[in-house]
Every structure is written in C-alpha cells, then in structure tokens.
Design a protein around this ligand. Structure first.
Ligand code: ARG
Length: 457
C-alpha cells in the first residue's frame, strides 16, 4: 500500500479499511487536473524561491512524462494507491527521485482535491454548455422550418388554443437557453482558485496564490482558506443546474412520447432513434425519450444526495466530502449523454404537419377566437364567452366543428355574427392574429433573435 502518511503509524492499515477509504477507483478521473495543478504549484514555488529552478524543471519534466504515459496507455492508473494525488506523487518520485518529494511543499491533499474538482467541474460546465448550444441550434432549425405549421396548444393536456410548432419549440429554446446561461453564471462564480489553502489554515511558505490562480485560468485566489478546502457549493450549483436541464429534457421527452403514440402521430422518430419489440412486430418505441425521462431521477438524486452529505459537516475538510465524486461524475455523464441524445433524436425526427393541423382544427381550439370576434363586434367578453359556450354545446350535439356550423345557427344565438366569423376562426387567423411578443404569430422575430443569440455564442 503506497500511502503518504505512514510515519506516525506502527501497524499496517486493515485491508477492509484501506479499500473502504481509498478513492483511486473513481478519482482517477481527476488525473489530468491533478497534474495540471501540480505543474502550476511547482512553477509558483520556484518563482518564490521555495524550489530551485533545477528542481522545478525536473518535476515538470517528470509530470509531463507521467501525463504522456497515461495518455498513450503505457501507465495505467491502478495499483495500491490511496487516491489520484498519491498516485501522481508516487509515480513522480519513482521517475525523478529526490525532487519529486518536494512537490508537496506548501500544499495539502485537501488543497489538491478542492483544486482538481474545481478544474474538473469548470471543464464539464464548458462541455455541457457546448452540448446545449448544439441542442439549441437544432431547436432553432425546427422553429425556422415549422414557422407556420399549426398544432394544438394544450393546457391540462386538453386542446386549448392553436399554436405553431415554432411556438411550441420556441418555449424549449428559452428553457435550454436559460440552462446555458445558468451554467455560465455558475462558471463565473466558481472560477476562483483554492490552491494554497493548505490543509485548512494556509501555509507558512510565502506562496504567491494569485500567480498560481492565473496560471490555471482562474479569476483570482479564494479569500478564506477554510472555505477554500471545504466549499462544494459550486458542485451543488452545477448538479442543481443539471437537474433543471434534465427536468426540461424530461418534459420534452414526455411530449415526444405522447406525440409518437398511435393516437397522436404528430412526430415520426427516425429508425436510428427508435427501438422495436421482441414480440410485437408492429412496434416502434420511443425508448430513448423514455430513458431520458427515466434517467432524470439519477441527476435529481445526485443533487439531493450531495446536499445531505454536506449539511452536517463542521469546518473544514471532512472525509465525507470524498462522497461528492461518484454521484457527481454519474450525474454529469448522464446529463451530457441525455442532451446529446435529445439533439440527435430531434434532428433526425420529422413532424407530421397534416396530423397536427387536423388535430388543431378539432377540439374547439378556436373557441377563444370566436369569443374575441364578438368582442370586436361590441359584445362584452363575459357575454361572448357564454354565447360561444352555447355554440360549442350545439357543435358537440351535432358532432361538427365551429367552422362547419351554418351562419343561421350562429345568428340564432347572437345576431351580431356575420359571414366573416369563418375567417376569424380559421386556424390561420387564430395563429396569425396573435402577434404580441412571444405569441405564435410573432415567431419569425423570435427565430431571428434566437439565431442572433446562437451566432454570439
Ligand atoms: N480523496 C479525498 C477526497 O476525495 C481527498 C484527499 C484528502 N484526504 C484527506 N484525508 N485529508 O476528498
């Protein structure tokens, strides 16, 4: 067992304890960050005269060699090392001897893990933001293609008022855009370097923390060393942000599942993004949408789980915090995978415009427009609502649509109706008349704004 702290102990660690305590199995993911952090630390130590130039050069050469060996597969991250920090230090000393033992000057593993995790989360924020940009681009394309394709808009999953596919997807554009912006705001808040916090109380060496921070692309060094080593707020913010994105993906998945049902047939999933049944030959199942909906719980769970892990921890570092990693890694993999799959599923799907429009024509989605028509003729809205309600009832009894009801039937209820009622309640005018910002008739401008937003990313 290669441990960094044998001196004070007279007995070997119990094997079970060793296995329970060790984190290499999962924190091996932080390898690159650990090496980068060490390189910056060593450069700073040399600049401050704490290490000689020769020692610094030897360490940097050794670290780069380890980086290469791991990347080309000649060095495997495995063996009896407690964690990734012990692994890197042991490999370094094995390769360069004495100077390797000086790498840990003015630094603690609490410091290191705080730094590595922050560097890792920062990378993952950037990658997730890129994936969201790709999803937004596909959604914007759907909006543009289906600017005038009508579909029913729903409340309570009951047909409410006609909208367009562009309008419906425009809503998701806004959600995923906020998700991306939320990530950027977390990034700017978390881009602070904890390295130099020591175990909790800083160090007695004259470290230049701002220099290390700038080498690693941070905006500055953290203000308080106890906070530096024990803050996991940014992980929580990221997990909660991913949870919100998963909630959005799950809602969209739910709609895709409904639209793909035999009853709706609004969407046609591409064969590459659907699955079949082993027994029922006719099936084309939306498994990917269902899995995205299903995996949402894992990400919610990770966010909740880390909150619970952190809630009882006195300052500063406690080993409980090692539990932040596995669930965070899983949540990140899950969310990134789901965003990519949603992008692929949407870009390969097609929409059945005829079915959608036919559906929007049925179910009295134009009833509000008929009431608005009467208002334009001087009838108070509340009376108009009652009149149209009665006409809807007549249509239900006659099994017809409002568009098919003869003018005499309209006039029998209210003499203000004229021939122009049919144009007023046509699907096209229901949509086009709604021109206020954000409404279905104003989506051409919304698409332009969406494109400008994407071009600026
Ligand atoms: N493996 C630990 C973690 O993930 C980091 C090392 C700090 N360990 C310690 N015993 N102080 O949190």
């Amino acid at each position: 067992m290669a441990q960094l702290w044998g001196g004070r102990f007279t007995k070997e660690t119990d094997a079970l304890v060793y296995a329970f305590n060790a984190s290499l199995r999962f924190d091996r993911r932080l390898f690159r960050q650990d090496v980068l952090g060490s390189k910056a630390h060593v450069k700073m130590l040399a600049k401050q005269g704490i290490l000689t130039e020769e020692e610094k050069d030897a360490i940097l050469l050794g670290l780069d060699q380890i980086l290469r060996e791991v990347e080309d597969g000649t060095l495997k991250i495995e063996g009896e090392y407690e964690d990734i920090h012990s692994f890197v230090e042991a490999c370094l000393t094995e390769r360069i001897g004495e100077p390797g033992k000086k790498l840990h000057t003015g630094r603690s593993r609490n410091d290191q893990v705080a730094l590595d995790m922050r560097l890792y989360i920062r990378d993952e924020i950037d990658q997730t933001a890129q994936l969201l940009k790709e999803l937004l681009t596909v959604i914007c394309g759907i909006m543009e293609t289906h600017l005038t394709t009508c579909m029913p808009g729903f409340t309570h999953l009951q047909k409410a008022q006609p909208v367009t596919v562009a309008h419906h997807f425009g809503a998701y554009f806004e959600m995923f855009k906020r998700d991306r912006e939320r990530l950027m705001s977390i990034r700017s808040r978390m881009n602070i370097c904890p390295l130099g916090s020591g175990a909790l109380a800083g160090t007695t060496y004259p470290l230049d923390r701002e220099y290390t921070a700038s080498l690693l692309g941070f905006d500055g060094a953290s203000e308080n060393s106890m906070d530096g080593v024990s803050d996991r707020d940014y992980v929580l913010e990221f997990l909660n942000s991913l949870a919100i994105t998963m909630m959005h993906l799950s809602r969209l998945s739910e709609e895709i599942i409904i639209w793909n049902s035999n009853e709706y047939r609004f969407i046609e999933l591409d064969d590459t993004f659907a699955t079949g049944s082993s027994i029922m030959p006719q099936k084309k199942n939306p498994d990917i949408a269902e899995l995205i909906r299903g995996k949402t719980g894992r990400v919610f769970g990770a966010a909740q789980s880390l909150l619970v892990t952190m809630k009882g921890l006195p300052l500063a570092y406690n080993k409980d915090m090692q539990e932040d990693k596995e669930m965070t890694f899983d949540a990140i993999d899950t969310a990134k995978g789901c965003i990519s799959l949603m992008t692929g599923m949407l870009s390969s799907s097609s929409f059945n415009a005829e079915r959608m429009e036919a559906s929007a024509m049925n179910g009295f989605a134009n009833a509000t427009d008929a009431a608005d028509y009467l208002v334009r003729k001087g009838v108070p809205f509340r009376d108009a609502h009652g009149i149209i309600g009665r006409l809807v009832l007549t249509c239900i009894e006659k099994s017809c649509r409002m568009d098919d009801l003869p003018l005499e039937e309209y006039r029998a209820v209210c003499p203000r109706f004229d021939e122009d009622i049919y144009d007023a309640i046509s699907l096209k005018s229901c949509v086009e008349r709604r021109k206020t910002k954000g409404a279905p008739g104003a989506m051409a401008e919304a698409v332009e704004r969406a494109k400008t937003y994407l071009a600026g990313l």
